[in-house]
Design a protein around this ligand. Sequence first.
Ligand code: 5GP
Length: 111
Amino acid sequence: MSTIFGQIIEGSLPSKKVFENERILAIEDIHPEAPVHILILPKKPIASLQDLKGEDLALVGEIVQVAQKLATELGIEKGYRLLTNNGSGAGQTVFHLHFHLLGGRPLGKLG
Ligand code: 5GP
């Protein structure tokens, strides 16, 4: 059974896509916590950061590049956050690796 993000990647659930290539998809978060709240994910179904294998490390580099590009395009390059919640103890709710790109408002210290 695929996750919500798996279904979005397959096209069986709708999403607002802001970037896509063969390996990476970026979509608007359905419940934004900031004026810019984008989710950047590998299409490969990796459950979490902790499940990432050495052979897939390049995907994280590419996600960082996509975040840089989107941050510049959206005018938040001077202040944004790129984060992933790893595991339920950190608030992960969808078990398909994704990074939150947040910006467009002052971001406080991480608690
Ligand atoms: P997590 O809590 O796992 O770090 O982040 C999951 C994120 O996915 C949340 O910010 C939540 O708002 C978002 N989300 C949950 N369901 C959907 C959906 O169907 N579509 C989109 N675009 N985002 C979703």
